[in-house]
Write a protein that binds this ligand. Structure first.
Ligand code: GLN
Length: 497
């Protein structure tokens, strides 16, 4: 007998839409199945920082009324997880930090508001590295997240919670943020689809800022189609975010034709590094060959400044973070450690409220911005950033998209890199260039190595989300990876041996 609850938590958003519209299932039933599964597995996996049970059930009941009235939209009644850097008026938003423990924002992030207007169901606030700084979710001040495929492994980061939620059937889709790879890399480690849109495609209003010139919000999903549906709901100009683009939002789903013959797909030598696992290289090479057999033409491109992306990112991102995080001073938000003077209040609040990685970034960033070093570090990094962008611009004159691995390794063991920040930073070596250039990238499951998911990254020109989703969807249709799900009972039992 198939477990009926399991079936309800296996639906893609598109499948759930059909089942809801045909009244085969109710939104309340779908929400309850997810909440029950969260009760059962959520704690051990560490996926949620806050479960929004009451909100979810009220939204699901409202979705059922909307369905009865015949005005359902694509995400009406669909259970969603939100990374806890997205402001929600009816739930705490902590950015994974003690400094914001218990903080309740006075407004919704624009993406949250848009999903609410669609009638989506919010299951909860998903775990994250503190202020989205990290590649393993181990910098969360509250608890780590375990990889649903093997619970002694990290889920990737910083959006470890949203990625693991979708992989484990604890949400149908989720939203994360990607500053240097934090959607694509955890999507890769958890075997789901993760899309970082073009800088400016999605409003950042109400996203707790890490590095403002790099941050973008995007979806996690079990299929490319679901990623397209979710992007459709959140993309578009926001008058309250001056960096959001006025570029028209195309119909992403209609781009998923399954047809890629004649497309030119770039392959770059720069996307092989020392320390790349053979199992990852093999799976990615097979996926690239598959794209060729689907009719794409493979073209070699050169991206000579790729090796400078990681060092320039670790100047730019900490510099912007040091400015953005100055607002957490014990006066305006969250934690306040009282002290005899205002200055000591600042020092003690920030000393106790921020974790080690956040402090490391604030120190690095403050140094890079200080007088005398500003030109040598920050300005220099911006110049190199232009060169990285130019490499891509050059490539787009020859190809429609570029393919590469998402990460050089599969998910590594919990604790393996926590004492070595440089090793941790290397997990994003293939994802950071897209952030530096402002272009979109999607991570697509493309096989397994050692029982852990491997991921193919597809990069495209600015605002070419439809192109990269189309390639990803064509690949997904030609394979069976998207149908494979981790067996949680098995993974959790194995971790107890
Ligand atoms: N891992 C990278 C960092 O620590 C990227 C983080 C992100 O994309 N939010 O900064």
């Amino acid at each position: 007998m198939p477990d009926p609850l399991l079936r309800l938590t296996e639906f893609s958003a598109a499948e759930a839409r059909r089942a809801l519209d045909s009244r085969e299932i109710a939104a309340v039933e779908l929400a309850e199945a997810h909440l029950q599964r969260i009760d059962h597995f959520g704690g051990e996996l560490g996926v949620y920082l806050h479960v929004m049970r009451e909100t979810a059930l009220a939204q699901a009941a409202a979705a059922d009324r909307r369905l009865a009235a015949g005005d359902a939209l694509p995400l009406t009644g669909i259970p969603i997880a939100l990374k806890d850097v997205l402001c929600t008026i009816d739930a705490p938003t902590t950015a994974g930090s003690r400094i914001l423990e218990g903080f309740r924002p006075p407004y919704d992030a624009t993406v949250v508001r848009r999903l609410r207007e669609q009638g989506a169901v919010f299951l909860g606030k998903a775990n994250t590295d503190e202020f989205a700084m990290g590649s393993s979710n181990e910098n969360s001040a509250f608890k780590p997240v375990r990889n649903p495929w093997r619970t002694d492994r990290v889920p990737g980061g910083s959006s470890g919670g949203p990625a693991a939620a979708v992989a484990a059937g604890l949400a149908v889709v989720s939203l994360g943020s990607d500053t240097g790879g934090s959607i694509r890399q955890p999507a890769g480690f958890c075997g789901v689809v993760g899309l970082k849109p073009t800088y400016g495609r999605v409003s950042r209003l109400g996203l707790m800022a890490f590095a403002s010139s790099l941050d973008q919000i995007g979806p996690f999903a079990r299929t490319v189609e679901d990623a397209a549906i979710t992007l459709q709901a959140i993309a578009g100009h926001d008058p309250q975010d001056s960096t959001s683009s006025r570029e028209a939002v195309p119909d992403y789903r209609s781009a998923l034709t399954g047809e890629i013959s004649g497309m030119k797909i770039g392959v770059a030598d720069e996307y092989t590094v020392e320390g790349m696992e053979p199992g990852v290289a093999d799976a990615v090479n097979r996926a690239i060959e598959r794209l060729r057999s689907l009719g794409a033409e493979l073209v070699t491109v050169n991206l000579p400044h790729t090796e400078y992306a990681l060092p320039t990112y670790y100047i730019t991102a900490p510099a912007e973070a040091s400015a953005n995080l100055a607002r957490y001073d014990g006066v305006k938000y969250g934690l306040a450690v009282e002290a005899p003077t205002l200055r000591e209040t600042y020092e003690r609040t920030r000393g106790e409220g921020f974790g080690a990685e956040v402090k490391r970034r604030i120190m690095l960033g403050t140094y890079a911005l200080s007088s005398g070093y500003y030109d040598a570090y920050y300005v220099k990094a911006q110049k190199v950033r232009t060169l990285i962008k130019r490499d891509f611009d050059e490539a787009w004159s020859k190809v429609d998209a570029i393919v590469a691995p998402t990460s050089p390794t599969v998910a590594f063991p919990l604790g393996a890199r926590t004492d070595d920040p440089y090793q941790m930073y290397l997990a994003d070596v293939f994802t950071i260039p897209a952030n530096m250039a402002g272009i979109p990238g999607v991570a697509i499951p493309c096989g397994f190595s050692d029982g852990l998911p491997v991921s193919l990254q597809i990069l495209g020109p600015a605002f070419a989300e439809a192109t990269i989703l189309r390639i990803g969807d064509a690949y997904e249709r030609s394979e069976t990876w998207a149908a494979r799900r981790p067996n949680l009972e098995h993974a959790l039992a194995a971790s107890q041996d």
